[in-house]
Design a protein around this ligand. Sequence first.
Ligand code: PMT
Length: 403
Amino acid sequence: MTETLKGSRILLGVCGGIAAYKACELTRGLRELGAEVQVLMTVAAQQFVTPMTFQALSGRPVRSDLWDPLAEAAMGHIELARFAEHMVIAPASADCLARLAHGLASDLLSTVCLASAAPLSIAPAMNQQMWRHPATKANLAQLLQRGVRCIGPETGAQACGDHGPGRMAEPSQIIADLLAQRAQARVLAGRRILISAGPTYEDIDPARFIGNRSSGRMGFAIAAAAAAMGAETTLIAGPVALATPAGARRIDVRSAAEMHAAVLSEVGANEVFIAAAAVADYRPSTPQSRKIKRTAQALELSLIPNPDIVAAVAALPNRPLVVGFAAETEDLLVHARSKLERKHLDLICANQIGVAGTGFECDDNQLTLLWPGGERALAPAPKTELARALLLEIAARLAQRGR
Ligand code: PMT
C-alpha cells in the first residue's frame, strides 16, 4: 500500500536560515502525498525565500504577520491553530526553539504554536556552536519533555564553513517521520494507561527526607507518547519539576504510601500499568513531627519496608498488563529477570544506573525489554523515542491478547 498523507492538514513553520530552501522541497513532497499545507513564515525566513515561492508550492497564501488586520479580523492566529492537525517547523532556528521553550507569543509562528494542541515536530538548523550552546540544549530538553518531536539535525559541512551538528534533516526524512507518526497516532486509541513516574520522598522530619535521583523524565516521556498515540493517560507523579504532558491527567504524590494509594485507586479503570517510578523501598519507621536536633552522638534511623506497588497491581484478580522497570548498577539483566519473575510482571524494562548519560537525571537511556521467555535490547536513544518504542511493543501485546 502506498503511504499517504491524504486528508492531513499540516501547518509548516519556516524560520530564517539558509536551510529555508529545503522547506520548499518539503512543501512539495507533503503536497505530493496529499497533505494540505499552510505555510507560515517568520520575518527572518523571508530574507532567504520569498512567500511567493511557498504560495506557488502550497497553493495557499503564506501567512507571516501577527498584526495582519484582514486575517486578524477573523482571529487569524486561532483559525491557523485550529487548521493544524500537525505542526512542523523546518528549519527551526535557535531563536525559535528559545521562544517555544519559554512560551513566548511574540510573532505569528510562536503565537500559533501556543494556541494549538496539535503535535509539533521540529527540524532544527543552525550553526554547530549555536546547537551545542547550553541555552539551546536546555531549550530543546524543555521541548522534548513536552512531547515535541525533534527530527535531526544532521552532522556535516555547514554553509558558514563550519563542520558539525546543525544541518537540517532532509525533507525525505521529515516526511518519513510524519508518515510513521501518522501510522502510530491512533495505535492506542481507546486504551487506558496508568503510568507512575519520578521518585518518592520519605519524610524523616519536617526538614529532611529520604529520596532518590529520579527526575521523572522517563515516566513523563511515556505519558506524553501514550497521550499522543491516543491513549487515555493518567500519570501519577512523585515530586518532580516537570510540566504535565499534553493530554495526560496528572495526580501528584509525595511518598511511596501516597503513590501506592493513588495507583490502587486508579488502576481498576486501566488496561495497562507502567511503573517507571523509582519508589523508595524503605521509609523511616517513626517520622518526627519536630526537626531532629544535631548532637555529638551518632544518629540511627530505623527504616521499614514500603509496599511493593507494582507487585500489588500484578496480584490483583483483574490485573492489567503490568510493566515494570529495573534500575541496576550491576548484573542488569540477571536482576531484571529475577524482578520480572518475583513480581509476576508481563514485561520489565531494564536500565543501567550509575553510569553518566543514561538512567537517572538525563535525557537519554538504554532499555532492554524482558518478558517470560524472551528479551529485546533497544538502541540507546532519547527517552522520548524509547517511550514510543515501548508503547508500540505494549500495543502489539494488547492486540495479541485480543484485549
Ligand atoms: O526518572 P528518570 O531520571 O528519567 O530516570 C528513569 C528511571 C531510571 C527512574 C526509570 O527508568 C526506572 O528505572 N524506574 C524504576 C526505578 C526502580 O525503582 O527500580 P527498582 O528496580 O528499584 O524497582 C523495580 C520495579 O518495582 C519498578 O517498576 C518500580 O516502580 C517498582 N517498585 C519498586 C519498589 C516499590 N516499593 N514499589 C514498586 O512498585
